[in-house]
Design a protein. Sequence first.
Length: 213
Amino acid sequence: MADSSSTYLTATADAYDAVADLYADLARDSLGRLPLDRAMVAAFAELVRASGRRRVVEAGCGPGYMTAHLRDLGLDAFGVDVSPALLDIARRDYPDLRFELGSMGALDVADGELGGLISWYSIIHIPPAEMPAYFAEFRRVLAPGGHLLLGFFEAEGGPVVEFDHKVTTAYRWPLDELAELAGKEEFVEVGRMLREPLEDERFRRGHLLMRRL
């Protein structure tokens, strides 16, 4: 279990609280123009449904638009985030869904309870040295055979690198290294997607779909 009191979590929460309304406005309709990204999420949802365990968490849910999308794909989805201001927006916009304040490194979920976990551009704020503890927590809450989907900024073949994210400190990851870290916590890769940046995007986007052994 990752340390839920770590200073970077407080810094991340404070940074997103300060720009919550602006961030929510920018993020809310972002999936609409991303067919490849939606395809990865749809594949995740289909695999989770087929497993018979439809309960999933969006770890780092922000304003909740992805949690709602997962609900629309037939999953029993709830969201967790460190930012109270973003959670207020999520609860206002999606009053039928459950959103909880907390760290995705210390989820208030029983061992093996979930059929799926998605972290959509939220692991980007985790310092690289802390990442193994998060994968251990993801493994803990997922049932055997449960699925994990990660969305993140890709490092273009280089090492993990910090970059000037507009909200707070963030990192770009090479696909292979992230998959290797997950493999040490009993995750096997199902598939991956590397997308080139759109005209108004700076970096390539990485997506990893994995299954817990």
